[in-house]
Design a protein around this ligand. Structure first.
Ligand code: GLV
Ligand code: MG
Length: 312
């Protein structure tokens, strides 16, 4: 599992940002050709992105390019120019505003053709699918199953709110008048179920009030609590917060590793399926929960500070 706690948006039309992003501690960068780039700047942005991927130092980061959505005229040239120009320096393409499985299948086929033509490993470039309108959400299960290249489903709150006529202009915050519960709970859960069913990561979208770090952290904690793997970040100050929110706490990580050790010992040495760890009873289901936290902690680079022999 590769960590995607923080996924940094970088407009492809801005060489200064493309340069600066390389030094920031985001798990993923996505170089954008879509909504952060003006129509007149799209062609130059493709060139900037190819150049930045070819010559930049992106070590340790997942490198993604977001192409334009399939209702535009730009998508096929985005894919061809970026992959022919820098396919060997690219981990995934992100397809925005995905509405059905056929759109993902289209991208899969085009990628296969380019990989064959220029001699890249077949299937090497992954796909991230943004779910950001009503049709995409209704079809999310089929979208998640559409290609072996898929790595993540990404919630796009701004476009989504527009698509369903939600009565607010503030992304990430509850719509005024909705006083009970969380207006995004259904959407997040729906995306999460599809992602887990098909073994994909689930990524939360942007929080646009970049000065409001508390607001960002609060919204991030909500999706992290449900099980989301990470969130978009638009500004360096949001990166650290996302890295922290989507990593397990050290204490939880240590606890998870202890459960795995204790359970392993119980089942192999003592030949028992349920045992006590301190005051807690653990069994096979505890092991499964612990595996998730341990995997996220390891991917986030945590190291354990306790072992079964450590005095409590
Ligand atoms: C992201 O693309 C969004 O629409 O929120
Ligand atoms: Mg969008």
């Amino acid at each position: 599992m590769r960590s995607r706690r923080s996924c940094l948006a970088v407009p492809g039309s801005n060489p200064r940002f493309l340069d600066k992003a390389q030094g920031l501690p985001a798990d993923e960068v996505f170089l954008d050709l879509e909504d952060s780039v003006a129509p007149q700047a799209k062609e130059q942005a493709r060139k900037n992105i190819v150049e930045a991927l070819r010559t930049g130092d992106w070590a340790g980061k997942i490198r993604v390019v977001r192409v334009n959505d399939l209702s535009t005229a730009w998508t096929y040239r985005d894919v061809i120019e970026v992959v022919e120009g820098a396919g060997d320096k690219l981990d995934c393409l992100m397809l925005p505003k995905v509405e059905d499985a056929a759109q993902v299948a289209w991208l899969d086929t085009l990628l296969t053709q380019i990989e064959k033509t220029i001699g890249l490993p077949l299937g090497g470039i992954g796909i991230e699918a943004q779910i950001e309108n009503a049709r995409g959400l209704v079809n999310v299960d089929a979208i998640a199953a559409a290609s072996g290249r898929l790595e993540t489903l990404v919630f796009g709150p701004a476009d989504f709110m527009a698509s369903i006529n939600m009565r607010t202009l503030v992304v990430g915050q509850q719509p005024p008048g909705y006083t009970e519960g969380d207006a995004y709970h259904y959407v997040l859960m729906r995306i999460l179920m599809a992602a887990r069913t098909y073994d994909l990561q689930a990524i939360d979208g942007p929080y646009l009030q970049i000065k409001d770090l508390d607001g960002f952290t609060k919204v991030a904690r909500r999706s992290a609590a449900l099980g989301f793997d990470g969130k978009w970040v638009l500004h360096p100050t949001q990166i650290e917060a996302a890295n922290e929110v989507y990593s397990p706490a050290q204490e939880d990580y240590d606890h998870a590793e202890l459960i795995l050790d204790a359970y392993e010992h119980a089942t192999t040495v003592d030949k028992r399926g349920a045992v006590m760890l301190g005051d807690e009873m653990i069994d096979e289901a505890s092991r499964k929960m612990a595996l998730v936290v341990a995997a996220k902690g390891r991917a986030a680079g945590l190291s354990r500070t306790k072992s079964l022999d450590t005095p409590a």
